[in-house]
Design a protein around this ligand. Structure first.
Ligand code: PGA
Length: 241
C-alpha cells in the first residue's frame, strides 16, 4: 500500500497563498508514488479542489459537524465539504479535543456523518505530555480509539502525541513503533495509521520506516511546498529526487 502524506493547513492560507501552494504541488507531485492530500481551511476548499483537479493530490476538510444541515451557526457539515470538493476530513485533532473540548463521543458521531456524506474520516488520537509522563499513554490512546471509531470503521487513524504537535519534538522511533503496534491491534490491518507531530524533511524518512506507520499528518511543514514535497518523496521509494 502506498503511504499517505496529508497536509493540515490549520487556520492558514488566504486565497493567494493557497493557490500558490497548489501550483507548486501540482508541479511537484508528478512522479510521486505516495498518496498526497491537503486539508485547507473551509474558506478556500472549493478553490483548492479546483486548482488541484486532474492531479493526484486529494483535498480534505479539517472538521465537520455531526448533523448534515440546520441551525448550527458557524459549523460546516460533511455534505458541504463533499459539495466543495473534499474527499477526506480530519476529525478529533488535538486542537479540537483540547482547544474546543471535543469528546471522543462527538468525534465518533462526526466520523459517522463523514461516512454518510462519502468522506473518508482521518481520526486523530494522542496523549498529552502529562499523560505520557504518568505512564498512561497507551491507556489514553486506547480509550480514544475505542470511543472515537464507529463499529466497522473504514477510514484512517492518525497518532499525534499532543506534546509533539508544533513543538519540534517528535516521539522516539521505539515509542512510535510501540504505539502504532498497539493501535493496529485495536483498529485492524485495513486501517492506515499515520504518525503526526513535527514531521519535517529531516526526520520523515526514519519515522515513515517505522513498522505500522502508513504515512504522516503534517502541520507546519505542509505550508511550505518544498518541505511538504520532500516529505512526500521520503514516502515514495523509487521516485525521482
Ligand atoms: P505539526 O502539526 O506538523 O506542525 O507538528 C501536526 C498536526 O497538528 O497535524
Amino acid at each position: 500500500m502506498p503511504q499517505l502524506i496529508a497536509g493540515n493547513w490549520k487556520m492558514n492560507g488566504l486565497r493567494a497563498e493557497a493557490l500558490a501552494l497548489c501550483e507548486a504541488l501540482r508541479a511537484g507531485a508528478k512522479g510521486l508514488t505516495c498518496h498526497l492530500l491537503v486539508c485547507p481551511p473551509a474558506t478556500v476548499l472549493a478553490e483548492v479542489a479546483r486548482a488541484l483537479g486532474n492531479t493526484p493530490v486529494g483535498v480534505g476538510g479539517q472538521d465537520c459537524a455531526p448533523e448534515p444541515s440546520g441551525a448550527y451557526t458557524g459549523d460546516i457539515s460533511a455534505p458541504m465539504l463533499r459539495d466543495a470538493g473534499a474527499n477526506f476530513v480530519i476529525l478529533g485533532h488535538s486542537e479540537r479535543r483540547h482547544g474546543h473540548g471535543e469528546t471522543s463521543t462527538q468525534v465518533r458521531a462526526k466520523a459517522e456523518a463523514a461516512r454518510r456524506a462519502g468522506l473518508t474520516p482521518i481520526v486523530c488520537v494522542g496523549e498529552t505530555e502529562a499523560e505520557r509522563d504518568a505512564g498512561g499513554a497507551q491507556a489514553v490512546v486506547g480509550r480514544q480509539v475505542g470511543e472515537s471509531l464507529p463499529p466497522g470503521f473504514t477510514g484512517v487513524l492518525a497518532y499525534e502525541p499532543v506534546w509533539a504537535i508544533g513543538t519540534g519534538k517528535t516521539a522516539g522511533e521505539a515509542d512510535v513503533a510501540a504505539m502504532h503496534a498497539y493501535i493496529r491491534e485495536q483498529a485492524g490491518e485495513a486501517v492506515p495509521i499515520l504518525y503526526g507531530g513535527s514531521v519535517k524533511p529531516g526526520n520523515a524518512k526514519s519515522l515513515l520506516a517505522v513498522p505500522n506507520v502508513d504515512g504522516a499528518l503534517i502541520g507546519g511543514a505542509s505550508l511550505n511546498a518544498a518541505d511538504f514535497l520532500a516529505i512526500a518523496r521520503a514516502a515514495s521509494p523509487g521516485s525521482p529526487r
